[in-house]
Design a protein around this ligand. Structure first.
Ligand code: 6PG
Length: 250
């Protein structure tokens, strides 16, 4: 990936990581709202982003009236289930910011998964419209990284990471091992910016495998925004196995 399209930010700890993530959200939202009047963002699930989400209500300049909120993936469970990514976001910030309901686009997690995937594709096309090549283009997509190298709900050894036509697919797997909906790489790699937010020593090995070895068996290695920037936002522990040379790309 060209040097100017890859950046690595290392923060001291998870708290500083979350603060930086909230600041990046705010900066990208302001920029997109100014340039295009809208900010299309997809949140990642799991536990890492929750501290960042809880900081969003305290970022004074986020232009919420220009924000359209989507998800990169969702577990097919009720929205009030502890594993629901939407449910977690609603608890962490959605109810505390002036974001109109019609700008919040949870994945349809209660439909049969195949139908839910088609429904979300329609929602993406309706709201984001279609860029050339008929792909919706997010301003920002947040991504997490699993120890097995998955991102969103694109898991190693499954077909979904190789999907090149569909925008959203239904899969089963992960922890919890449930049915899920996930954006596919054609959409992820159309983003203006994709940000991996990763913390903790238990992720250091897979961070190195994806960033330094570009191990293609790991779905996260396929995140390469074609016309955008890839940002790795790491805490010191998650970055602890990266070479100095890699870190100097910052
Ligand atoms: C999901 C996530 C998934 C997550 C990683 C990291 O819904 O499971 O989108 O891709 O980001 O598994 O999860 P943690 O942040 O909990 O380690």
């Amino acid at each position: 990936m060209k040097k100017d399209r890859l950046r690595i930010i290392v923060e001291e700890d998870e708290e500083a990581l979350s603060e930086r993530g909230a600041r990046l959200f705010e900066e990208k939202a302001i920029e997109a709202a100014k340039r295009r009047g809208q900010f299309f963002v997809a949140l990642s699930g799991g536990s890492t982003p929750r501290a960042m989400h809880r900081r969003l209500p305290f970022r004074p300049s986020i232009p919420w009236k220009a924000v359209h909120l989507f998800w990169g993936d969702e577990r097919c469970v009720p929205m009030d289930h502890p594993s629901s990514n939407y449910g977690a976001a609603r608890e962490d910030f959605i109810g505390k910011v002036p974001l109109p309901a019609e700008r919040i686009h949870p994945m349809p997690s209660r439909m049969p998964p195949g139908r839910g995937a088609l429904g979300y594709e329609k929602e993406l096309k309706r709201v984001l419209g279609l860029e050339q090549g008929d792909l919706p283009r997010f301003d920002l997509i947040f991504l997490g990284l699993g120890r097995d190298g998955h991102t969103a709900s694109l898991f190693p050894g499954q077909d979904a990471p190789g999907e090149c036509r569909r925008l959203v697919v239904a899969v089963k797997g992960g922890d919890p091992d449930v049915a899920r909906l996930t954006l596919t790489f054609p959409v992820i790699n159309q983003a203006r910016e994709a940000i991996f937010m990763v913390s903790g020593r238990d992720k250091a090995k897979v961070v190195r495998a994806v960033i330094e070895a570009s191990d293609r068996r790991l779905p996260a290695s396929r995140v390469r925004p074609a016309r955008g920037v890839l940002t790795w936002l790491l805490d010191r522990e998650a970055a602890s196995l990266l070479k100095e040379k890699t870190l100097n790309q910052r």
